[in-house]
Design a protein around this ligand. Structure first.
Ligand code: ATP
Ligand code: MG
Length: 411
């Protein structure tokens, strides 16, 4: 990509209404723009990152055997009255009327819609288990939208729903999803913990949250320094740092976390209410068992920045970085060489940005650090005489000289 043909809009100024570092950096790097409270536009650079997250999630969901579909954002009130959530949900649910004065809501989640699909499409236990998922825009009229896309009103979620003949089949898929989530957050390069969690507004029995460890997190987690034991302390407020872990292995550590995923064993909560029934092996009609599995796709981008940044800007985990490498010319005399390096790298399928803009060298260096491009090559006429360029990783203290033919190797 040529920077002159792309859209980069960076700023040195820290926006006064952004409290946490990820929100500040997302605005300063030009990833998002605010439309109104809790409503954000993803600019091309931001969307590129968001799409990378989305694709990793999609790949792991497909690998786990889930089937992608896409449900409407707008949902009729009748379904929510059937599940009794039309009354229960409160003002977070954005209710709207159509031209015929019929009630609808903008979906904050899709248990009702998918259960309606299930009761119409699934009749026999032979069709089970099945797991559907979508990557779709949700709306929740949050009481306090804040921290940019971290707690927005409109946001992108991956939500999956599984249907089963019995509890053991539900548990099996729940474990498959649990593992898929581990793979997703590992591939994204995040420092996270899976913790036992409360089931909240969605309901059901067993539940785990996936929490990215970060100072600015809204949740407090307690986890063992020796075993997998980990819990959201909203389930047990008495837990203290240094206590022996309840599973007898190691000591508890307390840390703040950002919830990026939440999985539930719903049981027959929604299938009872909406009469989503299936005939079992004996021909008897029984309500299906159900699981649901959410990931905050857009929140992940903010959480990653919250976890890794420095005074210069964003440090992306490899899987999320908007470009692999940036080429920066020191002045106009080296532009021809830069162009050639750029074309060669494109041929090798490297996602490279060539900063061919008419701006100062210092501004270009600051931009690529702010945006968080993992590697950069600075091309200067003096080094070129020895067929060399400067190569520097985003975290490296100093640049090193490498041969102009060794760039691919250095990557
Ligand atoms: P929270 O406790 O943060 O409000 P939640 O328990 O309401 O989250 P779920 O209903 O489980 O969230 O939704 C699935 C995922 O969607 C969450 O794990 C989170 O990552 C994301 N999410 C929820 N609310 C928001 C929001 N307002 N803005 C961005 N992402 C959100
Ligand atoms: Mg919530």
């Amino acid at each position: 990509m040529l920077a002159s043909k792309y859209f980069l809009s960076t700023s040195k100024e820290v926006p006064s209404d952004a409290e946490i570092i990820s929100h500040q950096l997302m605005l300063r790097a030009g990833l998002i723009r605010k439309l109104a409270s809790g409503l954000y536009t993803w600019m091309p650079l931001g969307l590129k990152i968001l799409s990378k997250v989305e694709n990793i999630i999609r790949e792991e969901m497909n690998k786990a055997g889930a089937l992608e579909l896409l449900m409407p954002a707008i949902q009729p009130s009748e379904l929510w009255i059937e599940s009794k959530r039309w009354q229960k949900y409160g003002p977070e649910l954005l209710r709207i009327k159509d031209r015929h004065e019929r009630d609808f809501c903008f979906g904050p989640t899709h248990e009702e819609v998918i259960t309606d699909i299930a009761r119409k499409e699934l009749q026999s236990y032979k069709q089970l288990p099945v797991c559907f998922y979508q990557i779709q825009t949700k709306f929740r009229d949050e009481i306090r939208p804040r921290f940019g896309v971290m707690r927005a009103r409109e946001f992108l979620m991956k939500d999956a729903y599984s249907f089963h003949l019995n509890k053991s089949s539900l548990e099996e898929t729940y474990n498959i999803m649990f593992n898929a989530y581990q793979n997703i957050f590992k591939r994204l390069g995040l420092d996270f913990r899976a913790v036992k969690a409360d089931t909240g507004n969605i309901g059901g029995s067993a539940s785990h949250e996936f929490q990215v460890i970060a100072q600015s997190g809204e949740d407090i987690l307690a986890f063992s320094d020796e075993s997998d034991f980990a819990i959201n302390i909203e389930l047990n407020h008495d837990l203290k740092d240094g206590d022996p872990s309840p599973d007898g292995k190691g000591k508890l550590k307390l840390a703040r976390g950002i919830e990026v995923g939440h999985i539930f064993q719903l049981g027959d909560l929604y299938s009872q209410a909406l009469k989503a029934e299936i005939t079992d092996e004996t021909g008897k009609k029984i309500p299906m068992q159900m699981g649901c599995y959410g990931i905050g796709v857009s929140r992940i981008v903010a959480a990653a920045i919250e976890q890794c940044n420095d005074e210069k800007g964003i440090i992306w985990p490899k899987a999320m970085a908007p470009f692999e490498l940036v080429i920066i010319p020191v002045n106009d005399t080296v532009k021809e060489t830069c162009e050639k390096i750029y074309q060669d790298l494109i041929k090798q399928n490297i996602d490279v940005l060539y900063d061919d803009r008419d701006s100062r060298l210092g501004a270009k260096l600051a931009d690529c650090e702010l945006i968080g491009i993992p590697k950069r090559i600075v091309v200067g006429d003096r080094n070129l005489k020895n067929n060399q360029v400067e190569f520097q990783g985003r975290m490296d203290k100093e640049a090193k000289l490498i041969g102009i033919n060794d760039i691919l190797g250095a990557l």
